[in-house]
Design a binder for this molecule. Structure first.
Ligand code: MLT
Length: 208
């Protein structure tokens, strides 16, 4: 089924689950300059057979798709972060209706992880939980949110030149303080995805 056929305007890929698969659908959110195809192999590796819903970021930065505007690397246009997170939440709601899905678990990388974290603050009911890979704090003053028992895995890179260690640690603290059940792992990696991300995400997603 194409996006147009189900009445969803935003470019995305939807892959239904194998009959064997269990667990929530994965909402795959790519990094800067990526698209809706980028994280499909990662999704298949971390939960074989799961339903995958993978939208494209609607903001273009010099032709590169992103999920929200930034003023410089690591400096976000927070009004746009808020507006785009709500727009993404609306897309997820429409996709759930069109494809008859339960609330998805976000798997976001870099810019995709940052919009997923914003979604947790702004529309927590949109997500069953989140895997945030190389994420940073998306909102300097996050709103009050009840993230009671929302499972969140944060995978940071010890040598990440984009995300400072204390920024990722602050995100983990803020989410924990809002009630989320946070696991924060720091891998011997840079900003790019690594095999360790696959292994840790797969183990975490498989744990009850
Ligand atoms: C962002 O803009 O979301 C972060 O700086 C990560 C990136 O996309 O490079």
């Amino acid at each position: 089924m194409t996006a147009a056929e189900v009445g969803l305007e935003r470019p995305h890929v939807f892959l239904p689950a194998d009959s064997e698969a269990s667990g929530p659908p994965l909402l795959l959110l790519h990094g800067t300059g990526g698209n809706e195809h980028d994280l499909l192999p990662f999704g298949h590796m971390v939960t074989p057979g799961a339903t995958l819903l993978s939208p494209r970021g609607k903001v273009l930065e010099r032709g590169m798709p992103r999920f929200f505007r930034r003023l410089a690397e690591g400096v976000f246009d927070e009004a746009d972060v808020r507006a785009r997170a709500l727009e993404l939440a609306d897309f997820v709601g429409e996709a759930r209706e069109a494809y008859d899905l339960e609330a998805p678990l976000a798997v976001g990388f870099s810019n995709g992880a940052n919009i997923a974290a914003a979604l947790l603050w702004l529309r927590p009911e949109t997500l069953a939980g989140a895997v945030l890979i190389r994420a940073m704090v998306p909102l300097s003053t996050p709103p009050e949110a009840d993230l009671a028992a929302k499972p969140v895995l944060i995978l940071s890179g010890a040598m990440d030149p984009i995300v400072a260690a204390d920024n990722a640690a602050r995100l983990a603290q803020q989410l924990t303080a809002a009630g989320a059940s946070v696991t924060h792992e720091v891998l011997p990696a840079g900003h790019a995805l690594s095999q360790a991300d696959v292994t840790l995400a797969r183990e975490w997603l498989a744990s009850p």
